[in-house]
Design a protein around this ligand. Structure first.
Ligand code: HEC
Ligand code: HEC
Length: 404
């Protein structure tokens, strides 16, 4: 038995002893089958809503929007995945150096904002607006895959805080992921640590769905009842009628399995050496391999969501910490966090990495070496250690990355 497996067994024994709970691996696959949180028919119906193409007159698409269905931007390599779609965000710094989200003037002379998301489509020319010169902080962001996000939603705030503390202690304060507390649209009690989006702007998949339905597709719903503009606002459907839709989006995402590894590659000697080196140089400080979900029955999201037995008590391997870091790639935009998050980005979880073509939040890197070379700031020392590896050792790390 390999030392690693013995360590895993010991760790599991410890978990059972301490928490009275053995964690089970979260199911993986790009197969469109439910992870067990709902039956297949329910997942399929929820998927149909996620894939539905909305139009202006019946569904109330617009007046401002970016695409006509969730699937439009979340489809590679299977439904619920990522895409090449990039969204535009913008704003400016005021005299005190505080970030202010953009206000843009539409072609009909009315204004939209302050709002950092700049919609790239509209249902009529009057509702199009271009960025003025003042809005000179501009950023593009790629869409993200949703595989396994139901498990991410069910990680406790305490586990994320523990990771942040460990980072601080193990690097003498050089690396410390920043948690931000965000509102839960559907909950009645308090906030949670954000974990979704490049800026950790949401903690709940239902809150994200509500936000995306309004901001990506211009469709109002109970938790996001106000259109960004009245210009060319289609009569559409009153907000409450669209609230079932956002529950369906959340149900579909919560039923997705985690991204599977390429097992052949993962079992190759090179990739295994690469995995050890990945830990050794300190990549795993931020790209944390293993997280856990809370026990089944736990109520999350301000009491609005009860974790099922298919989601609770699971262990999974996102290779991310879901915390914000300054690694010199920051996009200058403040979303739901404080001003000091302006140039921070959530550690990109590396699960499913082999399915991606462009890397970093704006897709500026087109191969893995380029992505790694971009790591500065908090990641300086780690990147230095990577740079000092031999060419062969670097290749092994990349083999490992391609097994994810
Ligand atoms: C026009 C493209 C587009 C459409 C349409 C779209 N999304 Fe997204 N989605 C994105 C982008 C871009 C991001 C990354 C956003 C960010 O953090 O800036 C994202 C991120 C997400 C995330 C966070 C994933 C994670 O792991 O952090 C969720 C959840 C999500 N979208 C759900 C939805 C749902 C549900 C719909 C349909 C209502 C939808 N999206 C429609 C582009 C899109
Ligand atoms: C201090 C935390 C930290 C450390 C240490 C770190 N990373 Fe990252 N990594 C990040 C963040 C944050 C991003 C996202 C940056 C962005 O998109 O602007 C990222 C992105 C990446 C990406 C791009 C993934 C994608 O799909 O876009 C790769 C690949 C990557 N890291 C590999 C590594 C490797 C290999 C190491 C070790 C040599 C490492 N990282 C060390 C925080 C870290």
């Amino acid at each position: 038995m390999r030392i690693a497996s013995i360590t895993v067994l010991l760790a599991m024994a410890l978990c059972v002893a301490v928490f009275g709970l053995a964690y089970v691996e979260a199911p993986s696959g790009f197969d469109g089958l439910s992870n067990g949180s709902v039956d297949q028919a329910t997942m399929d119906a929820a998927h149909d809503q996620f894939a539905e193409i909305d139009n202006v007159n019946i569904d109330g698409l617009g007046p401002l929007f970016n695409a006509v269905s969730c699937l439009d931007c979340h489809q590679s390599v299977a439904d619920g995945g990522h895409s090449q779609v990039r969204e535009l965000r913008a704003g400016h710094l005021d005299q005190r150096g505080t970030f202010v989200a953009a206000t843009i003037t539409l072609n009909d002379g009315s204004t939209v904002g302050p709002r950092s998301l700049i919609n790239q489509r509209a249902v009529c020319p009057e509702a199009i607006g271009q960025l003025g010169l003042r809005e000179n902080v501009r950023a593009l962001r790629l869409s993200l895959a949703l595989f396994g996000d139901g498990f991410v939603e069910a990680v406790s705030d305490d586990e994320l805080l523990r990771i942040s503390r460990n980072q601080y202690e193990s690097t003498r304060g050089i690396i410390q992921g920043q948690p931000i507390y965000v509102d839960i649209s559907e909950g009645t009690r308090g906030k949670r640590i954000g974990r979704f989006g490049w800026k950790d702007q949401h903690a709940s998949l239902l809150s994200f769905s509500s936000d995306a339905y309004l901001n990506e597709m211009g469709i109002t719903n109970n938790f996001s009842p106000t259109e960004a503009t009245q210009t060319c606002n289609p009569p559409g459907v009153p907000a409450p009628n669209n609230t079932d839709d956002i529950f369906n989006f959340a149900t579909f995402m919560r039923a997705l399995k985690v991204a599977p590894r390429d097992e052949n590659l993962a079992n190759s000697t090179e990739a295994q050496l690469g995995a050890d080196l990945f830990d050794f140089v300190g990549c795993q400080t931020c790209h944390v391999s293993t997280l856990h979900t809370v026990p089944a029955g736990t109520k999350l999201n301000g009491g609005a969501y009860t974790v099922s037995s298919a989601i609770g008590g699971k262990v999974f391997h996102p290779y991310g910490d879901f915390l914000l870091h300054g690694i010199g790639t920051g996009d200058g935009i403040v979303q739901n966090g404080p001003q000091n998050t302006r140039n921070k980005i959530r550690t990109m979880p590396l699960w499913g990495l082999r399915t991606r073509v462009e890397f970093l939040h704006d897709g500026r890197a087109h191969d893995l070496y380029e992505a790694i070379r971009s790591h500065r700031g908090e990641a300086d020392a780690v990147r230095d250690r990577f740079d000092r590896l031999s060419t062969a050792q670097k290749t092994w790390i990349v083999r490992f990355l391609k097994s994810l």
